[in-house]
Design a protein around this ligand. Structure first.
Ligand code: SF4
Length: 195
């Protein structure tokens, strides 16, 4: 996969879902993230053994790790942590997060990320993706996500909005509650007064 100019990555889409201003800061203002200790911990490699029970449950035929995918149609690219291909030839993306689940469910930005991977998998493997999983390391929960047409269409629309915001260099403003800014690596540029 080559990442063409004008492409956005699925990780950037996840950030946009968390707070659109992050993408404005990185893509329009071209400022770099200030990496905190907590974030560095999140970047650490996880032990692949954590998803072994899930792979067994899915009756995997093959497991692809960090396969590089690109969509010409959506102008996005990305690498799901794992792509499980089951014995029934079902393609199932799996993400591992250094975070806690939302009471056993996936967090919104992670759900959007997983759905974007589903769209990439569909275009690259000419298949239909119906579900995916997110493993949360902090509370050791596995969240299943049903990836239906409604979620896929919403994800396409959000990708489109993100491209437009970057193209128009439009500042979305601060629309995120302060509680979400505490661990944000862009707080120094965006909300410097926030303690
Ligand atoms: S500090 Fe808050 S509003 Fe600013 S980019 Fe980060 S999350 Fe968004």
């Amino acid at each position: 996969m080559s990442c063409d100019e004008g492409d956005i990555t699925v990780v950037e889409l996840k950030r946009y879902a968390y707070c659109p201003r992050i993408v404005f800061i990185t893509h329009v203002l071209h400022l770099d993230e200030v990496v905190s200790e907590a974030m560095e911990a999140g970047l650490e490699q996880h032990d692949e053994a954590v998803i072994t029970p899930l792979i067994a449950k899915l009756k995997a035929l093959r497991v692809l790790r960090s396969v590089e995918l690109r969509s010409e149609r959506l102008k996005i690219s990305g690498k799901p942590d794992y792509l499980v291909i089951t014995r029934n030839r079902e393609y199932v993306p799996v993400e591992v997060k250094w975070a806690s689940s939302d009471k056993g469910r996936g967090r919104w930005d992670h759900k959007l990320q997983l759905t974007a991977y589903a769209l990439l998998i569909e275009e690259n493997f000419k298949t239909s993706v119906k579900r995916g999983y997110i493993y949360y390391l902090k509370d050791k929960r596995v969240a299943e996500l049903v990836i239906d047409e409604g979620l896929k269409n919403l994800t396409r629309k959000i990708i489109d909005n993100m491209h437009k915001m970057i193209l128009e260099e439009r500042d979305p403003g601060i629309i995120t509650p302060p509680s979400k800014c505490v661990n944000c690596g862009y707080r120094a540029y965006c909300r410097p007064g926030l303690s």
